[in-house]
Design a protein around this ligand. Structure first.
Ligand SMILES: C[S@@+](CC[C@H](N)C(=O)[O-])C[C@H]1O[C@@H](n2cnc3c(N)ncnc32)[C@H](O)[C@@H]1O
Length: 258
């Protein structure tokens, strides 16, 4: 039985099997579900209660959404606010939480699997390969709705040559490619990940120098994330961590002396 509260839930990238157990339990019991319909596919809602009130939010403003949530909770309803992927990334939940706190509405957050994690699993790669790359940058391109602070400009992040997941960039893919090329070699593999977990999912691994051309040619524009990483070179990468090396000692295992 859920409380009269707002549960802000990460839905994962699109595959219902990638909902967390906690997210699924809450979703399937909720009285009211507000969902970002441009980013959350209908299949995520397949097991919700037949009498649940479903409210798509794609055409609504914050000023429409907040009073809806407040009114339902004050009428003793459990409300799910469903966002795609994980909540920590570009979910615009900060302003929703502030408004709900002002109205003294209880809120609980439930994390989800992010698109970059689904992409790495489907590509069969670790994004932190020892001796090759040990950091992951999650970033975006400035858009009409939000601008990226100057200190986080894509070209300066590219200088780290880390594994980099680039969100909200497909409409500006030419300039994104040019900024990445300031530091990554042109043959760095890029996975163009279109609608992961949706029925029309496409993943193309291409050299960085062709990222824009292939995106445009194959019309991989809406709901696309780019994963740029030397780790995507797959079998060509030879590396091993010390963690499971026979000569490495740690708290739970004495390494062999040779
Ligand atoms: C508003 S952001 C939301 C990100 C979301 N919170 C997450 O963790 O994936 C939307 C952007 O995330 C990326 N994205 C979200 N879901 C995706 C999916 N299923 N496949 C590919 N990219 C996705 C795309 O870059 C899209 O433009």
């Amino acid at each position: 039985m859920l409380n009269s509260a707002v549960y802000i839930v990460g839905a994962g990238p699109g595959d219902p099997d990638l909902l967390t157990i906690k997210a699924k339990k809450i979703l399937d019991q909720a009285d009211v579900i507000l969902y970002a319909n441009s980013l959350v596919p209908k299949q995520i809602l397949k097991d919700v209660r037949s009498d649940a009130e479903l409210i798509p939010t794609g055409s609504k403003t914050l000023e429409d959404i907040i009073p809806l949530m407040i009114e339902r909770v004050r009428n003793n309803k459990s409300v799910v606010r469903l966002h795609s992927g994980d909540l920590t990334l570009y979910s615009a939940i900060h302003e929703q939480m502030q408004a709900l706190a002002e109205a003294q509405i209880p809120v609980q957050l439930v994390p989800g699997i992010g698109a970059f994690q689904d992409a790495a699993a489907k590509l069969g790669v670790e994004l932190t390969v020892p001796g090759l790359v040990q950091s992951i940058i999650l970033t975006r391109i400035s858009g009409r709705a939000s601008s990226v602070p100057e200190a986080e400009e894509l070209a300066s992040l590219a200088a780290h040559k880390a594994s980099l997941a680039l969100y909200l960039a497909a409409r500006h893919v030419e300039s994104a490619q040019a900024k990445l090329l300031e530091h990554y070699p042109p043959d760095t593999p890029v996975a163009i990940c279109y609608r992961l977990g949706w029925e029309d999912e496409k993943i193309r691994v291409v050299p960085l120098s062709e990222m824009a051309k292939i995106s445009r040619e194959e019309d991989l524009i809406r709901t696309t994330m780019y994963l740029v990483s030397p780790a995507l070179a797959g079998k060509q990468v030879e590396a091993r961590s010390q963690l499971y090396h026979p000569q490495h000692s740690h708290l739970f295992r004495q390494g062999k002396v040779v």
